[in-house]
Design a protein around this ligand. Structure first.
Ligand SMILES: C[S@@+](CC[C@H](N)C(=O)[O-])C[C@H]1O[C@@H](n2cnc3c(N)ncnc32)[C@H](O)[C@@H]1O
Length: 258
């Protein structure tokens, strides 16, 4: 059993990032119990372990910030593209009464999401969000949080009064900065309605994730093996560096149709 023999206190103070976001399994280090923990066992990846079900920078707070601006209500339809376990779709359906569709390439992620809170309120579809199997003008709100963004397809599947909710990495350097990204979205017929810059939050988030990986090395090394553990740590370190060099940032965006 990976990590057996370690108690939560072996890792000392968990820090502000860990407390709300880490999977309970990291603290308990006992047998797998919840669907999300099971998923983390099957898909050994730090982002499932550390970010949890709201698998993007800012976590559930970022999801709520977007939800407050998405103009969803009963009778309106939203699509959560690259939904993972559909945390955004489930929250949107639960809070607003909207009709939510969670789409992901990975059927296993969707199957787990269906079992989580609010899963019964959501429709689940295994599909590529670059080619959604729906008619033109289906959705009143399209969401892409940290995955592949296909602006032509998102534009095709949305209504003329839709919102587009994004949580994504954006260039912040000489490649045109965040304005270049906004221009590109607006070129497809959208107008920016709200933006929350998250570069500092992004750096802090990844730093905290990196610190968690270091602090919990016995657990992660047993879980992933030495080389994958170090590779994941390197990947996080590279992301922190790119944020600090101001090469890229992270932002929340809500666009509305022009
Ligand atoms: C980092 S996770 C983000 C999950 C979720 N949006 C959230 O914020 O909690 C990215 C997800 O996008 C999915 N994904 C990536 N490219 C995709 C595509 N072209 N079509 C559908 N899903 C995709 C992956 O399988 C993964 O579950």
């Amino acid at each position: 059993m990976p990590g057996s023999g370690h108690k939560p206190t072996d890792f000392g103070d968990l820090g502000p990032f860990s407390l709300p976001l880490l999977l309970p399994t990291l603290c308990r280090m006992t047998t797998v119990t919840s669907p999300l923990e099971h998923l983390a066992e099957e898909y050994a990846a730090w982002w499932i372990d550390i970010l949890g079900e709201h698998n993007h920078i800012g976590g559930a707070d970022a999801t709520r910030w977007l939800l407050d601006r998405a103009k969803l209500a009963p009778g309106r339809k939203m699509v959560d593209c690259g939904a993972f376990v559909g945390a955004s779709a489930r929250l949107a359906a639960t809070v607003t009464g909207a009709n939510a569709l969670a789409c992901d390439l990975n059927t296993d992620f969707l199957a787990v999401g269906r079992q989580l809170s609010g899963g019964e309120l959501v429709h689940w579809i295994t599909a590529n969000s670059r080619r959604l199997p729906v008619r033109d003008g289906t959705f009143h709100s399209a969401w892409v949080l940290d995955s592949d963004i296909s602006l032509p397809e998102l534009t095709r599947v949305t209504t003329s009064d839709a919102t587009l909710c994004l949580c994504c990495e954006v260039p912040v350097d000489g490649r045109g900065g965040v304005e270049a990204f906004i221009d590109e979205v607006e070129y497809h017929g959208w107008k920016m309605a709200a933006h929350r810059q998250m570069s500092i939050e992004a750096t802090n988030t990844w730093r905290a994730a990196e610190a968690d990986l270091v602090r919990r090395r016995p657990y992660f090394e047993a879980r992933y093996g030495t080389r994958p553990y170090l590779a994941q740590l390197d990947m996080l370190g590279n992301l922190v560096q790119s944020y600090e060099r101001l090469e890229q940032g992270h932002g929340l965006f809500v666009f509305e149709r022009r």
